[in-house]
Design a protein around this ligand. Sequence first.
Ligand SMILES: CC(C)(COP(=O)(O)OP(=O)(O)OC[C@H]1O[C@@H](n2cnc3c(N)ncnc32)[C@H](O)[C@@H]1OP(=O)(O)O)[C@@H](O)C(=O)NCCC(=O)NCCS
Length: 145
Amino acid sequence: MAELFSLREAVESDRPYLDAYCWNEGMDNLPSLERVTVAANGDGEPVGFIRIALGGDGMAHVNPVVVHASWRGYGVGRALVEAAAAEYGELRLVARGASVPFYRALGFEDCAWDLVDTSVTENCDGCELVPECNPRPMRGGACVR
Ligand SMILES: CC(C)(COP(=O)(O)OP(=O)(O)OC[C@H]1O[C@@H](n2cnc3c(N)ncnc32)[C@H](O)[C@@H]1OP(=O)(O)O)[C@@H](O)C(=O)NCCC(=O)NCCS
């Protein structure tokens, strides 16, 4: 059976999709398409994406990974994170509480807040949704299967 989706670097024409996916999740638009990989369907349209942000120490951070709701549960998120792990090694991030089981399934573990770059943790600073969202600092990727 042909693959349902394939991974490729993001291009400018992906922007409307990526902006919409961010908006759906209450996230800011991506600052650039640097280190953004999309999962594209058979028509070449993005069904999900991952953006890697490098911390001040060069450590790779997932910020964010999003899969369109109609494509969740088909391995798109796993493929995006595994590809990033293959390229960057260890990955760190702040997981929304609802996405913690996803990261656990990929072998990620909890870590200290100060291991995550401030450019990533600052998204939570002062956010009124923190009690509801229950964000968690996590690390993994170096040994995801
Ligand atoms: C989190 C998200 C990216 C997962 O994408 P996805 O394509 O549905 O994930 P996958 O299908 O690749 O699932 C990978 C594994 O995680 C598990 N998983 C995913 N979501 C899960 C959940 N809510 N609860 C339990 N397990 C979950 C799957 O069962 C699967 O396990 P397996 O590979 O061992 O069978 C997607 O739900 C999403 O875009 N959520 C909204 C945005 C978000 O919260 N992003 C993370 C912010 S850091």
